[in-house]
Design a protein around this ligand. Structure first.
Ligand SMILES: [Zn+2]
Length: 476
């Protein structure tokens, strides 16, 4: 018998291989040195391998860890703030973000809180875009999760702009952030046994000049990585581009050669279906953040048109002050629901499709499909177990029809996840985090959050924020 590190034996596997969910009954997953060495019938594999540890996944379903393709974990301490307001970025988020960003310890504490939260809900890959990324990488390494990280690069000076006011660019400020992204790539790309990879993260076409965007593109190509960028994410972005270039963002990005397989286009909030289809046809991928865009903008981005044009769409939870949670179960459910409602058609975005977006299609969008996204021989062993004995997952039908996938998408909330493993290493099991200190992270987050509200209040009165004022008047 071949000696291996780990064998997972169970009645239900969703491998995400092939065109659907790749269901396998009564199977086993064999893992050695972080990779899947075999997946197949339990009776056969238990005879072939002698494992250091065998996990009996009785009453569980085994599936790939979730991929959260777009996050700003550093905003974790602003959860529940900046709600229900128009001009969210400037008038809702602006005053809080200014205070938060002046305190790197608070940014880092929020990031740890978010990673803990998402890991608890089965997220194994974190597509994080922010400013304190070396510290985030250290925590990703410690936690044992997978990171696909970038520095958010902008030349627009960070201050609160009135609607329609053209952003003020400072090329030296942009260059410093670009240098941070280069340093991050130099230090962390391929580190932590390959668990951490680096992308380049211009904030958006409205936040940087043509010269800067093209410089970023050259760098991404030279590092053999992709660009992670918000695209046509609001009327604000369209207004900036129309003023600067007389074109909508997608038309302008196409003109400068930005729309291709190297681009991960986040949101497409205000893209028409035709514009979304163009981005897809050019070979770019998309991240759909249903919860965040629903709450911030009241819109459903054209992910379906993107998919129909042949594009790959992953899911993202975005940030705590917009979406309020980092939970891919929530994103799957909202994605299915919002699209059914948008098109008044229950056949749009079925459960199996959004589960693919949370796993294999998210991996393709991030360019990591050779490593993760499905349970397949040769890939990294990133997987989760979900407890089928929870009320939300009961009863289980297997013959002649199955209900596990609809229950995962429409009924589960995340706390049904009973085990999380990355690179074959168990990092969360039955309520316990094995690599990070949950009470310490929670206490630190609360301690550093306390001064933020008071400090933001002084700035808040400078702006005119409709519903957001309710929060300050004590009505919320
Ligand atoms: Zn974002």
């Amino acid at each position: 018998m071949e000696k291996i590190d780990l064998l997972v034996v169970g009645p239900h596997f969703l491998t995400m291989q092939g065109e659907g969910v790749g269901y396998l009954p009564d199977s086993a997953l064999a893992v050695d040195r972080g990779r899947i060495v075999a997946i197949g019938p339990a009776a056969q594999l238990t005879g072939l391998f002698q494992a250091e540890r065998t996990i009996q996944a009785r009453n569980k379903v085994v599936l790939p860890g979730f991929i959260d393709a777009h996050m700003h974990t550093g905003m974790g301490l602003l959860r529940g703030l900046a709600q229900d307001t128009s001009f969210w970025m400037m008038y809702g988020l602006g005053p809080f973000a200014d205070v938060l960003n002046a305190n790197p310890d608070a940014v880092n504490a929020g990031s740890r809180l978010v990673i803990l939260e998402a890991l608890r809900n089965g997220t194994t890959t974190f597509g994080d875009l922010g400013h304190n990324m070396p510290v985030v990488c250290q925590f990703i390494e410690k936690a044992g999760v997978r990171g696909r990280v970038a520095v958010m690069i902008r030349e627009a000076l960070p201050r609160i702009y009135a609607p329609g006011e053209l952003y003020e660019f400072d090329p030296a400020f942009g260059q410093r952030l670009l240098n941070d992204n280069i340093e991050l790539a130099e230090k962390w790309h391929g580190q932590a046994n390959g668990r951490i990879t680096v992308m380049f993260g211009p904030q958006g076409a409205d936040f940087a000049s043509r010269e800067m965007l093209l410089k970023v593109r050259q760098l991404a190509l030279s590092y053999g990585t992709k660009i992670h960028m918000h695209v046509q994410q609001g009327d604000r972005e369209i207004a900036q581009l129309m003023q600067r270039y007389g074109k909508r963002p997608i038309a302008w990005l196409d003109e400068i050669g930005y729309l291709d397989k190297n681009l991960l286009a986040v949101h497409l909030t205000e893209a028409t279906e035709e514009e979304a289809a163009l981005v897809a046809r050019r070979g770019a991928s998309m991240v759909l953040c249903s919860g965040s865009i629903g709450i911030i903008d009241g819109l459903v981005p054209p992910a379906r048109a993107f998919q129909q044009a042949g594009g790959m769409v992953g899911l993202g939870s975005d940030q705590a002050p917009g979406n309020n949670c980092h939970n891919i179960f929530n994103e799957m459910k909202l994605t299915a629901l919002f699209n059914k409602i948008r098109y008044a058609d229950p056949e749009v975005m079925p459960a199996w499709k959004v589960l693919r977006m949370a796993t294999i299609e998210g991996a393709r969008a991030l360019g990591l499909e050779n490593e993760i996204g499905s349970l397949e021989e040769g890939k990294r062993a990133d997987f989760i177990l979900v407890d089928l004995l929870r009320p939300t997952m009961q009863p289980v039908f297997t013959e002649p029809m199955r209900n596990i996938v609809p229950n995962l998408v429409y009924s589960a909330r995340g706390d049904e996840v009973s085990l999380v493993a990355v690179d074959g290493r168990v990092i969360y099991e039955e309520g316990r985090f094995l690599t990070i200190d949950e009470p310490e992270i929670m206490a630190e987050a609360q301690r550093l959050a306390n001064p933020i509200g008071q400090a933001a209040a002084g700035r808040f009165w400078e702006v005119n924020g409709s519903n957001a004022m309710f929060m300050w008047e004590g009505k919320l």
